[in-house]
Design a protein around this ligand. Structure first.
Ligand code: INI
Length: 156
């Protein structure tokens, strides 16, 4: 078979420095996302002393705080964690859109991978489903995506 040069990320987090940025808003959900991300990264070799958790008020603040962390050069990657629930807010769309757009901008401008662990759901049930029950754990997914992206970028 023809050999195709393939670049893909290995999933060891050993030696990396990672920041988790997590909102307090809807913390009953977000705490489960943090737990999932910490568990995933620990099981992939990240030492506890190389993990920093930054708690912030809400999803709207995620981009600014991630920007500061991305700019200071101390972290190889960031996992952004939060939950915006439509039923809980009339300004769902503003908070969710600005957070998502801002995080994408920060990641592109800084070159630091940001795992997008922001739940945007219609109701609390959908959030619970994605925070460690029947639809998995979005914190795990975001940590995994960040780790794989860090390891791919190292090879490009
Ligand atoms: N922040 C969230 O993280 N999730 C929400 O569902 C939410 N609601 O419902 O409004 C929310 N609002 C707060 C917002 O992120 C800011 O912290 C606040 O507006 C102060 O800037």
């Amino acid at each position: 078979m023809l050999h195709i040069n393939t670049i893909e990320g290995q999933l060891s987090a050993k030696g990396l420095k990672i920041a988790l940025v997590a909102s307090r808003f809807n913390d009953i959900i977000v705490d489960r996302l943090i737990g999932g991300a910490v568990d995933y990264l620990s099981r992939h070799g990240l030492e506890r002393e190389n993990m920093t958790i930054v708690r912030i008020p809400g999803a709207f603040e995620l981009p600014l705080v991630c920007q500061k962390l991305a700019q200071n050069g101390r972290y190889d990657g960031i996992v952004a964690l939060g939950a915006v629930i439509r039923g809980a807010t009339p300004h769902f769309d503003f908070v969710a859109n600005e957070a998502a757009k801002g995080l994408a901008q920060v990641s592109l401008a800084s070159g630091v991978p940001i795992g997008f662990g922001l739940l945007t759901t219609e109701n609390i049930e959908q959030a619970v489903e994605r925070a460690g029950s029947k639809a998995g754990n979005k914190g795990v997914d975001a940590a995994a995506a960040m780790l794989e992206t860090i390891r791919v970028l190292e090879q490009l």
